[in-house]
Design a protein around this ligand. Structure first.
Ligand code: ZN
Length: 172
């Protein structure tokens, strides 16, 4: 068993010891909101947004992009599990801003363009606005859901709202 597996299993046993009333949590998020954000290990949405178990949906991928699968999850989040507000949170120093699709293809040794769109970007604010607009303009996303755009600052933990993104995500 790897060291990591041992650590994870030991930590989980500690968690189980203090699990208590969490067994009564409902699957619908109690605070009725969802966060789409990057998988970057420096970001802990539970901490930066004050979440406890049962509070909200957190959907993560490389870059916090509004990918097909992120959209799938958000649609389920709203339609089946009643979330009413969504946050899209990018962050400073994102790895997806540091590379291009071509460079990632090269790293994988893919000569021709692969069928994976790596969803890299070179302008964080612009890509955030794009992601919010992708969600806002999706035919199955209800016009009533406000979508807020933020960039998390990895140097101080602050969520900085990007007005243009939040503006783009206003209910219609
Ligand atoms: Zn990132």
């Amino acid at each position: 068993m790897s060291k990591i597996v041992k650590q994870v299993e030991a930590s989980n046993l500690n968690y189980v010891d203090s699990f208590g009333s969490k067994k009564n949590l409902k699957s619908k998020p109690a605070r009725r909101f969802a966060i789409l954000t990057c998988m970057d290990a420096r970001l802990d949405p539970a901490k930066f947004a004050g979440l406890v178990e049962g509070d909200a949906h957190v959907i993560r991928n490389a870059g916090g992009r509004a990918s097909e699968d992120a959209i799938r999850s958000l649609l389920i989040s709203y339609k089946l599990l009643d979330t009413k507000e969504w946050f899209v949170v990018h962050h400073t120093g994102c790895g997806m801003e540091a590379v291009t699709n071509e460079e990632i293809n090269e790293i994988f040794g893919i000569k021709t363009s692969s069928n994976i769109n790596w969803l890299t970007f070179n302008d964080n604010k612009k890509s955030l606005v794009e992601d919010v607009l992708t969600l806002r303009n999706h035919p199955l996303v209800p016009k009533s859901i406000p979508i807020y755009g933020y960039i998390y600052n990895c140097s101080n933990g602050r969520l900085e709202e990007v007005q243009e993104a939040t503006q783009a995500g206003q209910p219609k």
